[in-house]
Design a protein around this ligand. Structure first.
Ligand SMILES: [Zn+2]
Length: 96
């Protein structure tokens, strides 16, 4: 093992999730911000969730509404024009 080329190992690096959960682990980085952890991941919670980074969900909904409006202008009216959203879905907004 060569000397003075290895990063400092942090025994208790602080990992902070966007849900507010934080825990310690071993890492070469002192602190790390993550978006999903085992306390809030749908696989573990059983609840559906949409993680919105920089308003992507809002942008998608806006584009969807614009497309519906354009279709109506062109006379291609569909019976199902309302966007389908799951009532169980929880949107978490993360701004960067
Ligand atoms: Zn989390």
């Amino acid at each position: 093992m060569k000397s003075e080329i290895h990063p400092t190992y942090q025994e208790k690096a602080i990992i902070t999730c966007s849900c507010g959960n934080s825990f310690n682990t071993g890492s070469t980085i002192e602190s790390l911000a993550i978006e999903v952890c085992s306390a809030c991941h749908p696989f573990y919670t059983g609840k559906q969730k949409v993680i919105d980074i920089a308003g992507r969900v809002d942008k998608f909904k806006k584009r969807q509404e614009e497309a519906v409006a354009l279709n109506e202008q062109l006379g291609k009216s569909k019976k199902k024009t309302a966007p389908k959203t799951s009532p169980k879905a929880e949107v978490i907004r993360i701004s960067k």
